[in-house]
Design a protein around this ligand. Structure first.
Ligand code: C5P
Length: 225
């Protein structure tokens, strides 16, 4: 039987951040926006590394940015140059993960306040045998479907809807296969796995794992810190 301590550090976390330039401050690409004096990417990687399961973090950075991002993140984070699309960047980061890691998480730098407990929840579900796991929250707003004229055509039953967060967790082989077979770019890696017909398990997410995208999100995140 495997003990808890033996399980620690058996997970690799990937952070695609190659879509960004290298400017800091207002107007900077999302992953480098300043939050309480540090780039979102730094906050996100710190919390990933606080999760006991995470033994390896790989960040995909823009070509030519390795040295700058190394200065932000320190020597223990693996850095690779990203590709033309987010999906390519994830695939390149995945290829850089040392062979001993059989559980892979894919995270979003904009979810900079994601609590380590969410990372652990996702990792544990993959460790327990699920090939793909996503953290989710119930949808609180009423959701309407509209047509091209913005007229409402339907009210969707929100009881069956979930808002998806990250990190998304995968058995390594499942993620490798999904990337090998993917023929179009989806916004999440679990979508690639769904296309293969593999079941994707949901676990509870956390409001703190919100995506920090709009100015209001940044102010909320700063207040939370
Ligand atoms: O541009 P978009 O919002 O879709 O990017 C989503 C995430 O994927 C960002 O964190 C971005 O840095 C990353 N990305 C990447 N490689 C690319 C394009 C985007 O790692 N070629």
């Amino acid at each position: 039987m495997t003990t808890q301590s033996e399980q620690r550090g058996d997970v690799a976390a990937l952070v695609p951040a190659a879509g960004m330039g290298l400017r800091l401050g207002p107007g900077a690409p999302k992953a480098l926006r300043d939050l309480a004096g540090e780039p979102l990417l730094v906050h996100a990687v710190r919390r990933l590394r606080q999760a006991p399961s995470v033994g390896c973090v790989v960040v995909a950075v823009p070509p030519g940015a390795i040295e700058d991002v190394r200065a932000m993140l320190g020597p223990e984070v693996l850095l690779v140059e990203g590709g033309a699309t987010r999906q390519d960047s994830v695939a390149l980061a995945l290829a850089a993960v040392p062979g001993q890691y059989k559980i892979i998480l894919v995270h979003d730098a904009a979810r900079a306040l994601t609590p380590p407990a969410v990372v652990e929840r996702v990792a544990e579900a993959v460790r327990a045998g699920a090939p793909a796991v996503i953290p989710v929250l119930p949808v609180v707003d009423t959701i309407k479907q509209v047509d091209a004229s913005e007229l409402v055509t339907a009210t969707v039953d929100r009881a069956v809807l979930r808002a998806v967060q990250t990190p998304q967790g995968f058995d390594r082989q499942t993620l490798v296969s999904a990337h090998d077979q993917a023929d179009d770019a989806l916004t999440d890696d679990a979508g690639l796995v769904e296309q293969m017909g593999v079941a994707v398990l949901t676990v509870p997410g956390d409001e703190l794992a919100m995506k920090i995208t709009r100015p209001l999100d940044l102010r909320i995140a700063e207040a939370l810190l």
